[in-house]
Design a protein around this ligand. Structure first.
Ligand code: FES
Length: 509
């Protein structure tokens, strides 16, 4: 299976591409079209299909291509937004509701695994939060009190399975972990067993809504009564794009000389925080570690982030080999909780985004909420997490118009290959934002020495993309769209790739 980056994650290892079996009936008007085949899309699709809806999933690449294939696969009943923050930003009741919702989600995941015999190494684990400084200790004490108030048991413990020199550690029981892509392959299979249709390499370009939705896709028209964007962040320009910020996180899976791997999910309290857990894949144990997060597009030299992570790990562990390194994207919401429900300004289009670093549990919770909303059943978390809690931004319409103008910058301009190669003094594998008269050009030299020249203006809302050296992608710092080194769209919210500026590429199409 492929992922939205150049580096192989642990979850890609040994995973052949999923092969759907059910046929798409092109004449059928489906009940729900779900765009996106990650954990959110496949959980939603399976739950809806189980409830009697006829669903069709359209994934632009292979399933798990997005952040589900690049996660570190923790399942927590505590979030990156700690319960004291949720109490502060919302209320004590809200914190309790979230705790109930996360516990219910964990039970649902376990139930699906047992119902459909999904072999994905699911296990319950204790989580440990580690305070190394006095300030962190104070933070931890506040967090532990609020966590217990919310209804999740957290207690200080004398020992934690980590070489970190901690002052205090707390343990939270009944957290969990699994093999992320094996889990979603199991969901996809179960969904098909229930009669659902799954299309891979099916890019949804546009949708029109009349009596029902007609989606213009790379495989033809799909008709459906309701629409769910399970694309990590919805496409198009929406208020949600101004309330979610894209971040990158870095992970490594490595082996230890001692052969002794810690049990449990371990987190420090730094900002950004570091995390550790053990995973066995094909009989081999790995310690997974992650951290070094930063805003998408803020750091071109993403290789340096891996070096930083490795140096940190070598200080802590006697490492035998680092077998996998990868990075992935997540979206932080403005108030710390995800947005799940109707897309603001729409009546039949649903979405889920803003999961922070808790995509596996919140993507699954989104499945429960979206299924209830689409089945017109009550859901106790729907109001709290509704995207419509966002207030419209003054001047939003003008903003959209202005940015639509920026996009036309390079339109109609094309360069010959010779002209562009004069611009670029690049080593193979390198990229640069070069200057062309008063404009910028995104240049990348591939391993064969061929230069790819692109308009660096993101087609979504007109921001300039930045190079991601490790994953060899052009990343947009504004709302997180990502593009391959030759401009192809990797992840939205853009619906289009970057424009090539070479005559040769256009003619060769
Ligand atoms: Fe919005 Fe690029 S993702 S401008």
């Amino acid at each position: 299976m492929k992922r939205d980056g150049n580096m192989e994650s642990l979850w890609q290892h040994g995973m052949e591409q999923y092969q759907p079996v059910n046929q798409w009936n092109r004449d059928e008007i489906y009940d729900v079209l779900i765009v996106g085949g990650g954990i959110t899309g496949l959980t939603t699709a399976l739950l809806l299909q189980q409830s009697g809806k006829k669903c069709i999933v359209a994934e632009a690449h292979n399933i798990g291509f997005g952040t589900t294939g690049g996660t570190t696969a923790h399942l927590n009943t505590t979030l990156d937004s700690s319960y004291d923050q949720i109490e502060k930003n919302f209320s004590k009741e809200a914190a309790q509701h979230i705790a109930i919702g996360l516990k219910e989600t964990l039970v649902m995941i376990e139930k699906l695994i047992s119902q459909y015999n999904i072999d994905c190494s699911f296990s319950y684990q204790p989580a440990y939060l580690i305070a190394e400084t006095i300030q962190e200790q104070q933070m931890l004490e506040t967090m532990v009190e609020a966590t217990n108030r919310a209804g999740v048991q957290a207690a200080f413990v004398p020992h934690a399975p980590t070489p970190l020199p901690y002052r205090k550690a707390c343990m939270i029981e009944q957290q969990a972990q699994f093999h992320a892509t094996k889990y979603i392959y199991g969901l996809a299979k179960a969904y098909e067993q229930e009669g659902g249709v799954l299309l891979q390499y099916c890019m949804v370009n546009n949708t029109a809504h009349d009596e029902y939705f007609t989606a213009d896709t790379s495989l033809g028209e799909i008709k459906a009564r309701k629409l769910v964007y399970a694309t990590h962040i919805p496409p198009g320009i929406n208020l949600l794009h101004f309330r979610c910020a894209p971040y990158r996180s870095y992970a490594a899976a490595f082996t230890l000389r001692s052969g002794e791997y810690p049990e449990g999910l371990i987190y420090d309290l730094k900002d950004p925080y570091n995390y550790f857990r053990t995973q066995e894949v094909d009989g081999k144990k790995y310690l997974i570690a992650g951290g070094c997060d930063h805003k998408t597009g803020d750091d071109v030299n993403t290789q340096e982030r891996f070096r930083e992570l490795e140096a940190y790990l070598h200080n802590l562990y006697d490492i035998d080999s680092i077998d996998y390194k990868w990075s992935s994207q997540y979206f932080n919401s403005a108030d710390g909780l995800p947005y799940i429900g109707l897309l603001p300004g729409h009546t039949e289009t649903y979405t889920a985004t803003g999961y922070s670093g808790n995509g596996m549990i919140l993507g699954s919770l989104a499945g429960i909420i979206l299924c209830d909303l689409l089945m017109e059943q009550p859901n106790m978390y729907a109001d709290l997490l509704s995207p419509s809690r966002i207030k419209p931004i003054a001047g939003f319409k003008e903003f959209v118009k202005e940015n639509a103008d920026v996009i036309s910058k390079f339109i109609g301009m094309r360069f010959s290959y010779e002209k562009v190669s004069q611009l670029a003094e690049l080593a193979p594998g390198d990229a640069v934002l070069a200057k062309w008269e008063d404009k910028k050009v995104a240049l990348y030299k591939d391993d064969n020495g061929k230069i790819h020249a692109l308009d660096p203006v993101c087609p979504h809302a007109g921001c300039l993309v930045a190079w991601n050296m490790a994953e060899k992608s052009w990343d947009c710092p504004c709302h997180g769209s990502r593009f391959s080194c030759n401009g192809a769209l990797l992840t939205g919210p853009s619906r289009k790739g970057l424009t090539s500026l070479l005559w040769e590429d256009i003619e060769g199409d």
